[in-house]
Design a protein around this ligand. Structure first.
Ligand SMILES: C[S@@+](CC[C@H](N)C(=O)[O-])C[C@H]1O[C@@H](n2cnc3c(N)ncnc32)[C@H](O)[C@@H]1O
Length: 366
């Protein structure tokens, strides 16, 4: 296991839940994210957090913004040993966020939870999912994050899976625009910013750092894979965290997935130890072997720090080793192949594969 990794759990019975926490602890010291749905609906949630904390895990939670999350509940979570609470905010105003979530009141409940957690000294994180619906709201979201005084802003990029629809995804150029805004904010914000299901943000940050150093005559901070900082004892993800690489998602039935957005199970913790699934399953091994990546991801010089979104490749083309379809960067090696007529241009490449995938899906439905 990498030194720092994450396990995301939707769990089953109290006994199995505790055994699972022990399995996780046996293989490392990861950040554990209790998620859902709404994990707060679990009646023994505080006991579960306390047990994880007692055995040396860093327990975090992503509850929904609802009236269930009263100050008293947040007090209890903190007392149990919770180290961070992450709340989703998908719009800068109640109108935008509530329309996105289709729940009236969600924005106010979410903001109040964050403000209360901050008041009692509980570390907070906001998760925002960027789609076409809130793309134009991103500047105002940046301002809101500063106002909320959070510790980490995790910017998710929609993946076509579950209820994520292709028509809601932003395109590759829009990804770059959001990356630019995130990077600019990261230089002045008092909190960390990371991308989720968009590893090309790491490539973007490196490119900016190199350009800034060059413009400064080679002076200034050396480019790093990404500016991971330690805040409140919670390290940010290691530089190459990606689906199945420093990250596992465990469902309430014990199925182990490379991420919450890549719905292929590599095994079940009820029959196989988590460590064995993570280390030895063919799926996880292939996902970590970036030499197997296809298309322009396969020849990209940023491959080892990025690796492209495996979930997005799977969602859009049905192949988790495919090139990331929403990365705008064209590696020079790939451009040379195209110029020599040895590879298709990126638009042709992706279009052909997406069409083939859709045809396959249609045939499967017939
Ligand atoms: C596991 S969810 C946390 C669940 C939590 N109960 C909530 O929705 O706030 C973490 C984040 O993933 C985001 N998310 C859900 N489906 C997604 C998808 N298909 N692509 C990208 N992000 C997604 C959610 O908006 C949420 O902010």
């Amino acid at each position: 296991m990498p030194r720092r990794w994450r396990a995301v759990i939707r769990w089953s019975s109290p006994h199995e839940g505790r055994r699972l926490l022990e399995q996780i602890r046996e293989v490392g010291h990861p950040l554990v994210v209790l998620t859902g749905g709404d994990p707060i609906k679990r009646p023994d949630i505080c006991d579960f957090i306390a047990y994880g904390d007692q055995i040396g895990l860093r327990m975090t939670i992503t509850p929904l913004g609802t009236p269930l999350m009263t100050p008293a509940v947040i007090d209890r979570l903190k007392a149990a040993g919770l180290v961070r609470m992450a709340v989703s905010l998908d719009g800068s105003t109640a109108a935008i966020h509530d329309a996105f979530r289709q729940v009236h009141g969600s924005f106010d409940w979410s903001v109040n939870m964050l403000r209360y957690a901050r008041r009692i000294g509980l570390s907070t994180q906001v998760n925002t999912t960027v789609t076409r619906c809130n793309f134009d709201d991103f500047d105002r979201l940046c301002a809101l994050m500063v106002d909320l005084g959070i510790d980490l802003w995790s910017v998710f990029f929609l993946v076509v899976t579950g209820r994520g629809r292709p028509e809601d995804e932003i395109d590759a150029a829009q990804h770059e625009l959001v990356f630019a805004k995130m990077y600019e904010l990261s230089k002045r914000a008092p909190f960390d910013i990371k991308s989720t299901v968009a590893p090309p943000y790491r490539r973007f940050v490196l490119q900016q750092q190199v350009a800034e150093r060059r413009a400064n005559g080679g002076h200034g901070p050396r480019p790093r894979a990404i500016g991971f900082a330690l805040k409140g004892g919670l390290a940010r993800a290691p530089k190459s965290v990606n689906d199945g690489n420093g990250f596992v998602f465990i469902s309430h039935l014990g199925e182990v997935f490379p991420s919450g957005f890549l719905p292929i199970s590599a095994g079940n913790v009820r029959c196989t130890p988590l460590s064995a699934i993570y280390r030895d399953s063919e799926l996880f091994r292939r996902l970590r072997d970036y030499a197997q990546l296809k298309g322009k991801c396969g020849v990209c010089e940023f491959r080892e720090v990025c690796g492209g979104s495996r979930a997005r490749a799977y969602g859009v083309m049905g192949d988790y080793l495919e090139s990331d379809p929403y990365c705008a960067y064209v590696p020079p090696r790939y451009a040379k192949l195209v110029a020599r007529g040895e590879a298709e241009s990126p638009p042709e490449y992706f279009q052909r594969r997406m069409d083939a995938f859709l045809d396959d899906e249609r045939r499967g439905q017939d």
